[in-house]
Design a protein around this ligand. Structure first.
Ligand code: SAH
Length: 357
């Protein structure tokens, strides 16, 4: 491991500071951003008129290594799951989902997760550590390496709770939406949260250029407490108040509600009615995620009939609800199925069985 600062984690202002420190024009900060975000690399030596002393400074003081993709699994539906090895040998997964001619990348924000949602495989690992901004950026760079292009949509829906790693995620969001970065529209960068209420207020205060999705998953405290321990800390009424505030401040911006459908737990007509009321109140669209099962889980996926009934009820009530087609289920790349490091032995067996190394 190197103690040098990762060049990929430096934003434009920091690069300008470096230029000033080295005594060269700040125009070179723009050139570095261009090299990274247009070509996806660090071929600084070949940038025309790039000052030697800046190059040397960067070589001496920054880490320009790109991450190692140790596995790339291809699903039948075109989804790819990349296993990326970080400098300290921790692996994270990042999922590439081609849809409607636009590539969406599902980014991991932590190694593991501390939130402990009962229906989520990543949760069983607990939290190992936060990912840095550079490590999230590395996931994006990996896409360029593997597919030759950058993602056009970013969803912070991989491993981890993005709002539990606020600083690094916020910087990442600012960089991918920056004109000299990936220049993605804030509409195309979505943070998904299990409902960390204070962080939702912070996101608002900071006016973070992104969209918000909330994993509501239940419509009463009784049910939500059972499946999401975070609800004991930030109960539904506080979460909904924060969501209302978000919608009222961020004029015309809506919050996407995610709802994992678990058979016999949160899939009754009463649940659908309460969800309708919440979604209408907030003007939200609903993404229904039929539970993706994994070994050892006590939950089951509702039948297709129940899923359809649930969706149709919401649609008929005037709430836009779509069933999120779980991409990449055959390679365990679907929502809640990312589990690197949960169980090293199981992971190894899994890799031996199905990864294209
Ligand atoms: N921690 C964030 C980001 C994870 S996103 C969050 O909770 O929003 C992953 C999404 O997949 C969340 O909406 C989560 O509720 C959902 N999910 C987790 N496990 C799942 C499973 N086994 N089947 C279907 N969806 C799941």
């Amino acid at each position: 491991m190197t103690s040098k600062v990762a060049l990929l984690g430096l934003d434009y202002d920091e690069l300008v500071n470096i230029c000033e420190q080295v005594g060269v024009s700040s125009v070179h900060a723009k050139k570095i951003m261009g090299e990274v975000f247009r070509y996806g690399g660090f071929d600084l030596e070949n940038i025309p008129d790039f000052p030697k002393k800046l190059l040397r400074w960067l070589q001496n003081n920054t880490d320009m290594t790109l991450p190692e993709v140790i596995a790339n699994q291809h699903a039948a539906d075109g989804t790819q799951k990349l296993l990326i090895r970080m400098a300290d040998n921790k692996d994270v997964e990042s999922v590439l989902i081609p849809a409607d001619g636009r590539l969406t990348q599902c980014i991991s924000s932590q190694v593991g997760c501390a939130i402990g949602c009962e229906f989520c495989l990543t949760a069983t690992a607990g939290l190992t550590r936060n990912l840095t901004t550079a490590e999230m950026m590395q996931q994006v760079m990996t896409t360029k390496q593997v597919l030759g292009c950058f993602p056009r949509n970013i969803v912070m829906m991989g491993m981890g709770e993005p709002l539990h790693n606020y600083e690094h995620v916020a910087k990442f969001v600012r960089m991918v939406t920056h004109d000299l970065g990936l220049a993605l529209s804030p509409r195309r960068v979505t943070i998904s949260t299990a409902g960390l209420v204070p962080a939702i207020y912070r996101l608002l205060e900071d006016n973070l250029p992104c969209s918000l999705a909330v994993s509501l998953n239940a419509t009463t405290n009784e049910i939500r407490n059972q499946i999401m321990p975070i609800n004991q800390k930030y109960p539904l009424e506080d979460l909904i108040t924060a969501m209302r505030k978000y919608v009222s401040i961020r004029n015309k911006k809506r919050i996407l509600i995610e709802y994992v459908l678990l058979a016999g737990i949160n899939d009754t007509m009463d649940d659908a009615k309460r969800l309708r009321d919440i979604a209408k109140d907030l003007g939200s669209t609903v993404n229904i995620l039929p539970f993706n099962p994994f070994e050892g889980s006590r939950f089951t996926r509702p039948s297709d009939e129940v899923v359809d009934m649930f969706r149709n009820f919401l649609n008929d009530a005037g709430v836009v609800a779509v069933v999120r087609v779980s991409k990449g289920r055959d390679i365990s790349a679907a929502c809640g199925q990312l589990k690197t490091e949960v169980n090293q032995r199981a992971a190894t067996l899994h890799k031996q069985r199905s990864l294209t190394l």
